[in-house]
Design a protein around this ligand. Sequence first.
Ligand SMILES: C[S@@+](CC[C@H](N)C(=O)[O-])C[C@H]1O[C@@H](n2cnc3c(N)ncnc32)[C@H](O)[C@@H]1O
Length: 197
Amino acid sequence: MLRKFAIIGHRAPSSGKLNLNDLAGSCGRMDVLSRAINTALFLSHGIREDTEVMLHLMGGPGPARRILFQGSRLRGVHPDERAIAGQIGKALREPVPSIGHFIELHPGFLHSGGNIEQTIIEWKRDNVELCVLDASGELFEPKSHSQEKIGFLLSDDQPFSANEVEMMENLLVVSLGEKWLQGHSCIAIIHHLMDSQ
Ligand SMILES: C[S@@+](CC[C@H](N)C(=O)[O-])C[C@H]1O[C@@H](n2cnc3c(N)ncnc32)[C@H](O)[C@@H]1O
């Protein structure tokens, strides 16, 4: 089953220069986002070919940008948070492509314009089963999800905004337990639950 993760970086810059020495500060918690990407894509030795990550950079300046990492094709990205942020930084120097138009910068590393609403539209069109991750949802049971593609939506260190909650209305909300966890931990738990199936 293809696993997809949509991660929203509310303050993460969508253009300009990333300061790799200050990922947790001036880069809109790029440390949190890179950690989540690292956990989603990398095994101890190798890459998860069954996984994709759509990172949403919402902090401006200018239009929002999405970066798509495709585990099955990804080359040139290493399992290191700073290196992942470095790759993202290279994309930020390029103009933001139009919404829904993906440009490949190198194999398995693409970018496009758009926000989470656009990702939801694209995933629905592609028959992805959508699950919003939220501690207050119904407990996530992998065996009740038999679709070929499953997509999880999660936020950074901030809650989903009211606007995002509206965009996610009517989607299934799943929980990994009552305690609020860090995003990368949620991703690790999902991989574990699905690997154990
Ligand atoms: C660090 S948490 C965000 C915490 C933020 N203060 C909030 O209230 O949403 C990052 C994301 O992980 C997911 N998450 C955290 N704990 C979870 C849980 N127990 N079950 C499901 N998803 C969870 C949610 O999608 C959340 O947006």
